[in-house]
Design a binder for this molecule. Structure first.
Ligand SMILES: [Fe+2]
Length: 596
């Protein structure tokens, strides 16, 4: 039984394949076509999934599309009557989805009737809910999805048991926590698609001075809903105006905050303007108001479901700062967030929704790691290394596993910046130890060095740590697993000086807890660092420089050469640059001493 899930014609285009009830592969199109947040038909991602499953498109039994243009038709028609442009947009979307069989056939050079799969349309938020619950370790759980907008809704919650889910409530357009966050992100001068996480990082610098005003902008409304103060927004009168020029473009979103918002909060920040305390406080107030609304919804959901487990999905589930408040603000004990909680994850969700809710098959799969993307054989890596050796700009060593782990740990402890390329690429936007850039978390200057030499990103944004799951309680105030970097916990006060580089200004860190079973090699590297320095923690940032995370060995080598990275560890090979582009920035004794 082969089920292909496809998130198409929408940002974060992606594909996933489920064979006999188990996920075999999943990847975002952006990793393969190298266009950030790529929309369109993810034909490369589909091809990869088929290859991993050893199947042809003609052999697929079911194709699951996480979009139902007919959902909430009455509400859509009411808006269409008021907004002609909105009506045209809806028609365009419906036409696109109606033609997906033909588009697929054209992309794979088949006659449309050659695709024998049955097509299923799974409503957007039901696919989000499925993407979390059906791959979670929970037999029973409350489930919550929150995002900008999908199929004209922005929020849905449910209770799941075994292969079934029962929806308890939803919130439809124009009320949306995702739109709220996006509007304020724009107001603060960040206009690129996906910039919301930057503002989440900025919030830690401020105080929620404007919380009173923000409670008028967004507020809880009953146990399982919320409302926006619509006068602060424009999307309800002018549409959300999200566009992508073609299949290989990053989406662009038009302005969705109103002039009334500026009247109340002061003028919007222009992108080139410096960030001031007022901007920090706006960000902090926005985050605080979001957390208040979410806490109300979590508690409503806990009461109505009676469950102790919670699964989160949708773009809002990437708000790791809010997620970490669940344990204090609501009676949930265990929380699962799928690594691709946003719209890429819809491909997984739609496929599992078909598997369980359409076909009635039992659950037999748990997503206990994130490594569902492309991987490359030793000979493919070797070929790329051979091309590097011919240029002669790096020392190359071919090591067995123990020596590789030892050499990598020594480089990191010595303050070098190490590209780490191993195994299968991560599913979801976080690098989780297979396509990562690693550095010493003990050195307070490491954040600046990484920014200056490689990442070139806003200085206020934090870097994240990976830590062995065994050591979490020693360094953090909470110990609930965070295998996919979807929680930010307070670092224990006495440990903040020990791992200053990934500790954010508010004393928290967005951690990845690493288990031996999920990623044995990365876990061994962390253990080795622990033996060497007393700190089984590494600063882990994605392996890229203002581009999608590297996927292929060639891209890793290119990024290594193009940036001022010191060392590349790829497969069994360690490449060390012979002459760094700039003089080594010796930290001397500046870094914090090990804990023990
Ligand atoms: Fe969504």
């Amino acid at each position: 039984m082969i089920i292909l899930g496809i998130n198409a014609y929408h940002a974060n285009a992606a594909a996933a394949i489920v064979v006999d009830g188990r996920l075999i592969a999943a990847v975002e199109e952006e990793r393969l076509n190298r266009v950030k947040y790529a929309a369109g038909l993810p034909s490369r991602a589909i091809q990869f999934c088929l290859d991993r499953a050893g199947a042809k498109l003609t052999e697929v039994d079911h194709i699951a599309i996480p979009r139902d243009p007919w959902a909430r038709l009455g509400t859509k028609l009411r808006y269409a009557a008021r907004m002609p442009r909105f009506a045209l947009d809806r028609l365009r979307v419906m036409k696109r989805f109606a033609g997906i069989r033909e588009d697929l056939a054209a992309a794979f050079e088949l006659a449309p009737e050659g695709i024998r799969a049955q097509f299923h349309r799974i409503e957007h938020h039901r696919a989000h809910l499925a993407s979390a619950f059906f791959v979670s370790p929970f037999e029973r759980s409350a489930v919550l999805s929150a995002d900008g907008l999908g199929d004209f809704a922005s929020f849905m919650c449910a209770v799941g048991e075994g292969p079934r889910m029962r929806v308890l409530g939803e919130v439809a357009f124009p009320h949306s926590l995702g739109m709220y966050y996006t509007a304020l992100t724009q107001y603060l001068g960040f206009w690129k698609f996906g910039d919301e996480y930057k503002v989440m990082g900025l919030a830690a610098y401020g105080q929620p001075e404007f919380l009173g005003e923000f409670r008028r902008i967004v507020r809880a409304h009953g146990p399982l809903a919320f409302r926006l103060g619509l006068e602060y927004f424009t999307h309800q009168t002018q549409g959300s105006d999200m566009t992508w020029r073609d299949a290989n473009s990053t989406p662009v979103l038009g302005r969705i905050f109103s002039s009334y918002l500026e009247k109340r909060l002061g003028p919007a920040r222009r992108p080139e303007e410096p960030l001031t305390a007022r901007h920090h406080n706006v960000a902090a107030s926005m985050q605080a108001a979001l957390e208040e609304v979410l806490a109300s919804c979590w508690n409503g959901l806990a009461r109505e479901s009676g469950e102790k487990n919670l699964c989160l999905a949708g773009g809002v589930a990437f708000n790791c700062v809010a997620n970490s408040k669940v344990f204090d603000a609501a009676p949930f004990e265990r929380v699962f967030v799928q690594p691709a909680a946003g719209d890429a994850g819809l491909s997984v969700g739609a496929a599992f929704a078909v598997n369980h809710q359409v076909l009635g098959r039992p659950r037999e799969f748990t997503m206990d790691h994130a490594y569902w993307g492309p991987q490359f054989s030793a000979s493919e890596v070797r070929q790329v290394i051979d091309s590097a050796s011919s240029s002669g700009d790096a020392e190359i060593a071919d090591l067995d596993e123990a020596a590789l782990v030892e050499a990598t740990a020594v480089h990191i402890a010595a303050g070098k910046i190490v590209g780490w390329f191993q195994g299968a690429a991560e599913w979801g936007p976080r690098a989780l130890g297979n396509r990562s850039i690693l550095a010493d978390p003990r050195r307070p200057e490491m954040k600046d060095i990484l920014n200056r030499r490689i990442k070139h990103r806003e200085i206020f944004r934090p870097f994240a740590p990976s830590i062995t799951e065994e050591a979490v309680g020693e360094f953090f105030e909470k110990t609930h697993p965070s295998p996919f970097m979807t929680f930010a916990y307070p670092v224990r006060p006495e440990m903040r000086a020990i791992i200053p580089a990934p500790t954010h200004v508010d004393g928290t860190a967005r951690l990845q807890t690493v288990s031996r079973s999920a990623n044995p090699l990365y876990w061994k590297l962390l253990r080795k660092l622990g033996n060497l320095t007393g700190v089984p923690v590494v600063l882990n940032t994605s392996f890229n420089d203002n581009e999608p995370i590297v996927c292929r060995p060639e891209e890793a080598l290119d990024c290594f050469r193009r940036t001022q990275m010191d060392v590349l560890v790829m497969g069994n090979y360690v490449l060390e640059k012979k002459s760094p582009a700039i003089a080594r920035e010796e930290p001397g004794e500046k870094f914090a001493k090990p804990a023990k």
